[in-house]
Design a protein around this ligand. Structure first.
Ligand code: SAM
Ligand code: DTB
Ligand code: SF4
Length: 333
């Protein structure tokens, strides 16, 4: 018998919400300012109008090239600018990656996301990851890559190899992008996102909260994501994992209600996107995660490691899903 509970019939949509063609930052702020339970309730209605709320998409993440990154993103343990103790590692062998992908599939993940700590891949890197992507795709998994900035033609090569999604986050409010990252600009991210779309890849684009930003700046991040046209298919919302040695190691804790609000506002402004409750789950009590699912999160990273930091182990996540009567997307009830 499946470890996951039997599902009920999908719930009927309760209400459909009009979606703004363009979200002004102040409109998104107004959503953030709603009474907490009204906001969660509205987001839950939007969620139910577009998705079966019992289904959670599971993505397993693997760092295939770790550390030594020339970029200086203040949140990242893999930047060469900071002493974080992350051991630098070259691109892993295809066999090692395939073995992990096979395990991810056998445990119920539908997507395998491969991350590389590059500013952007070189042509020879694209050739190597293309071979890896084709092999992972051959296992019957969806594929996702996050390799940094892409040059002309690279997105097409990755698509050709069998890549389904490209993850490239906007990470923070465009107005404070260069307070957090000094080695590239918000426009560079937009440029790669345009290349990814043009090649026909699906877009996974989100950000990080808990980096000492204000609520208005969180609204600015969500507006920048919601205004991507078309909206991203997948929106990872990460809570900063504070890593010793990074400039943001001592960032102030974000109140848990503010994180739930961010999920709810992402759901309302991007009704058809998968909103992923991403990094930071190891520090989140189960009840908080349950409220995030209520507020419209319908995807998680599944596996005991993110890229270099920890994530809840799979047995624990399966227990949580069973308790909440949730089941993995793509697995029959
Ligand atoms: N180098 C590529 C890039 O930056 O797009 C791909 C890998 S990078 C590690 C992918 C994403 O991980 C970043 O955009 C950021 O959102 C997230 N990330 C990195 N460090 C994090 C941290 N300490 N806490 C939460 N999310 C983090
Ligand atoms: C995303 O938005 N979050 C993931 C994935 N995309 C690549 C990465 C989280 C990284 C957390 C810090 C670490 O483990 O190194
Ligand atoms: Fe490099 Fe990506 Fe980390 Fe920035 S987030 S330092 S680009 S690996």
């Amino acid at each position: 018998m499946s470890a996951f509970v039997q599902t009920l019939e999908p719930l009927k949509p309760l209400q459909s919400h009009p979606v703004a063609a363009y979200w002004r930052k102040c409109q998104v702020e107004e959503l953030f300012d709603l009474p907490f339970l009204d906001l969660v309730f509205q987001a839950a209605q939007v969620h139910r109008a577009h998705f079966n709320p019992q289904e959670i998409q599971l993505s397993t993440l693997m760092s295939i090239k770790t550390g030594g990154c020339p970029e200086d993103c203040e949140y990242c343990p893999q930047s060469a600018h900071y002493q974080t103790g992350v051991e630098k590692q070259q691109l892993l062998d295809i066999e090692e990656i395939l073995a992990k992908a096979q395990i991810a599939k056998s445990r119920g993940a539908s997507r395998f996301c491969m991350g590389a700590a590059w500013r952007g891949p070189k042509p020879k890197d694209v050739a190597q990851v293309s071979e890896i992507i084709a092999a992972v795709k051959g296992l019957g998994l969806e594929t996702c890559g996050t390799f940094g900035m892409l040059q002309e033609g690279m997105a097409e090569d990755l698509k050709q190899a069998g890549l389904d999604y490209y993850n490239h986050n906007l990470d923070t409010d465009p107005e404070r992008y260069n307070d957090i990252i000094h080695t590239r600009a918000h426009e560079d991210r937009m440029d790669t996102l345009a290349k990814v779309r043009h090649a026909g890849l699906k877009v996974c684009c989100g950000g990080i909260v808990g980096m000492n930003e204000t609520r208005a700046e969180r609204a600015g991040l969500i507006a920048s994501l919601a205004n991507l046209d078309p909206q991203p298919e997948s929106v990872p919302i990460n809570q900063l994992v504070k890593v010793e040695g990074t400039p943001l190691a001592d960032a102030a804790d974000l109140d848990w209600t503010e994180f739930v609000r961010t999920i709810a506002v992402a759901r309302i402004t991007m009704p058809k996107s998968y909103v992923r409750l991403s990094a930071g789950r190891s520090d989140m009590p189960e009840a908080m995660q349950a409220l995030c699912f209520m507020a419209g999160a319908n995807s998680i990273f599944y596996g005991d490691k993110l890229l270099t930091t920890e994530n809840p182990d799979q047995d624990h996540d399966r227990e949580l899903m069973t308790k909440l009567d949730l089941r993995p997307l793509g697995v029959a009830g």
